[in-house]
Design a protein around this ligand. Sequence first.
Ligand SMILES: Nc1ncnc2c1ncn2[C@@H]1O[C@H](COP(=O)(O)OP(=O)(O)O)[C@@H](O)[C@H]1O
Ligand SMILES: [Mg+2]
Length: 233
Amino acid sequence: MITEPILQLSGVARDFFDGKTQRRVLQKIDLAISPGEFTIVAGPSGSGKTTLLTIMGLILKPSEGDVFIRSEKVTGYPESKMASIRLQHYGFVFQLAELLPALSVFDNVVVANGIQGKSISSALKKKAKDLLESFGLQNMFHAKPLQLSGGEKQRVAIARALINDPTVLLCDEPTSALDAESSTIVMDSLKRLSQDNTRGIIMVTHDPRVFPYADRLIKLENGAIASDSKSSS
Ligand SMILES: Nc1ncnc2c1ncn2[C@@H]1O[C@H](COP(=O)(O)OP(=O)(O)O)[C@@H](O)[C@H]1O
Ligand SMILES: [Mg+2]
């Protein structure tokens, strides 16, 4: 089956200025991400994973090169247009789930829509309920984040990231703060989600425990792709 890449980088590089000198932290990267496969980008701390992910997420601008969503070139769009593409196409999951502590689990999942000034429709509530149930959180709708384990919080964060049906789900070290059991539950959830052919999932991590989950494992070293392999299983 030939599927169109969901996300593409063409010659993407990024420089940072530290003090007086300019340093290239991401070398020119060409990469096409397909839907329906679980892509993991691995590399040691400082290898450029977060820089790469935030460029993919249109949060950070590349110093050179272009980013395409499906075949639409989005580099150079004005910030307002980038913001609307982010809302429409992206979900983000971070290392620490970053839930709002005063809100319930349920409200954390639907809150982004409230912030955007949209009303929280009954269809949206149904979707939040279904998502939370699919992650085994049916008994926790009214719990506050403080009452949850790390793995439960991370599953709430994934549900929140999926509420708007993103084209691309980007995860930055989502298991690095978790124990082995919680990590397994979160990875099983991501793996299941990645089998959907309408969505691309990219996770960056330095955590080798999770490498076996990858359909495609890309290793980053000093801001460059050192290896890129598809699993045979
Ligand atoms: N905003 C920034 N300003 C200057 N240097 C940065 C900035 N963000 C990241 N870097 C540097 O870029 C390199 C890659 O960082 P990062 O992408 O966060 O790596 P990783 O996520 O793999 O740990 C590091 O050397 C880091 O110090
Ligand atoms: Mg990082």
